[in-house]
Write a protein that binds this ligand. Structure first.
Ligand SMILES: [Zn+2]
Length: 442
């Protein structure tokens, strides 16, 4: 704000100076950009297709204008802190993949799913236009696809039911549909492997699918850091697979064992559908609901459909704002690693923490950072003092929770609660371990 008031103290002829012309021109361009933006579909702003686009100088000019307008706005929330360092975080969350398996969830459309994974837009258009039935995806259905290095879609498969699988294969600029209706055969499989480069790569080489690998890394995410596995470390997986010819439509991991130089890690499936170690202890890590030692009023709720006060376009508020005075202690909500701890013009002093593989939390507008990038922290650790830094209109803590790279409402999200098995379910589990463990030999 200080930089804006300096112009008013300058002598009158400053309005004719080249400096003012440049500023005026920037403001004009920026206003034009505002008018133009709402015409675009909001979702395009999520796409990491052109990661540089959001960090150009134009972005900065825009930001100053928003700041100015924000003064007149009575809302106590922060306007643009959600766009902060997007590329940086996406790099952490996303791994480059040419072969993707995906389970359809609520609100998904094929168009959106494929766009989110950077599939070539022309291919998405071609596929969905050629096969209108692809608009009928159902929640829980399994789809998978492969792309070449230029993100051109090569194959796409859609499991409608266990004996009805649609396959779409590229042929020139079009896709050809075929159907697989073989009867399902269920079989138990043991897959063994050794780390040569990384768990994901070697597990895939050994014959595990991306979805199976994903289940394993999520299940054991609190026990070990998969990136720290060394060449020579071993793994073995027992799974039950439903096979249709060469396609597996359904698989369930019954047991996993990963052995590094010092320790054995087990995950065994219990009847409740969760995984436990061989002693029946939960493998998940619990979270605190609030990043504060005592509850504070919410001054601006999580709102993915919030309308921008200036443009009227959708400008999601990807977190919750807690009204707290400057200097309030901020706590890490779970065990994890600090992946960002620095100053940014929009978020002020801010912190991002990765918790295992699926979860990421962000804390913004802090007054003082108490941790450093790369630091391992425990749930409840003091990580910062809250403040009013960056583009903030008053002291508050902006807190975000991301699950699988998507912001969710931290006050309502389902969070893992760590519990062990007891009583009858424990004794059933012990019997299960007796039959599964001997099959996990290395
Ligand atoms: Zn906020």
């Amino acid at each position: 704000m200080a930089r804006l008031t300096t112009t008013s103290t300058a002598p009158k002829n400053v309005f004719f100076s080249p400096f003012f012309l440049v500023v005026g021109l920037s403001i004009t361009i920026t206003l034009l950009l505002f008018l133009w933006r709402p015409l675009n579909l909001d979702r395009t702003t999520y796409l990491p297709l052109t990661p540089q686009a959001e960090t150009t100088v134009i972005g900065k000019v825009r930001v100053e204008i928003i700041d100015d307008k924000a003064k007149k706005n009575t809302s106590s929330s922060v306007i643009t802190d959600d766009s902060v360092e997007k590329e940086e975080l996406e790099e952490i969350v996303d791994e480059k993949e040419n072969s993707i398996e995906y389970t359809v969830t609520r609100g998904d459309t094929l168009h959106d799913i494929l766009l989110r994974y950077n599939v070539n837009y022309n291919d998405i258009y071609q596929l969905t236009n050629q096969f209108k039935q692809l608009a009928n995806l159902r929640i829980g259905q399994q789809i998978s696809w492969t792309m070449d290095d230029n993100h051109n879609l090569q194959t796409f498969s859609w499991v409608i039911s266990s004996n009805n699988i649609r396959l779409y294969e590229r042929s020139g600029n079009r896709f050809i549909e075929s159907t697989e209706t073989a009867e399902a055969v269920s079989q138990n499989v043991t897959i063994q492997g050794e780390i040569k480069s990384s768990f994901t790569i070697d597990a895939r080489k050994s014959g595990l699918t991306n979805r199976e690998i994903d289940t394993i890394t999520k299940t054991l995410q609190w026990q070990l850091d998969f990136r720290k596995l060394q060449p020579g470390d071993k793994f073995v997986v027992l799974l039950s697979r439903e096979m249709h010819g060469k396609y597996s439509t359904n698989s369930q991991i019954l047991g996993v064992r990963i052995k590094n130089s010092s320790k054995d890690y087990y995950a065994i499936l219990a009847d409740d559908g969760s995984y436990y170690d061989i002693n029946g202890m939960s493998l998940s890590q619990s979270f605190l609901r609030y990043p504060l030692s005592r509850q504070a009023p919410v001054s601006s709720p999580f709102n993915p459909k919030r309308l921008h006060p200036v443009t009227g376009a959708i400008a999601p508020h990807n977190g919750v704002d807690f009204a707290v005075s400057r200097g309030t202690t901020v706590l890490a909500v779970g065990d994890g690693e600090v992946v960002i701890a620095k100053y940014s013009e929009s978020a002020g002093y801010y912190i991002a923490i990765r918790h295992g593989r699926q979860y990421l939390t962000k804390y913004m507008h802090l007054d003082k950072l108490l941790v450093k990038t790369g630091q391992q922290i425990k749930r409840g650790d003091k990580i910062a003092l809250s403040g009013n830094t960056g583009r903030s209109t008053g002291p508050h803590l902006h807190f975000e929770l991301h699950i699988n790279g998507r912001p969710v409402n931290p006050l309502k999200a389902k969070l893992p609660i760590s519990e062990g098995l007891t009583g009858k379910s424990k004794s059933v589990f012990v019997e299960k371990v007796k039959s599964i463990k001997p099959q996990l030999t290395l």
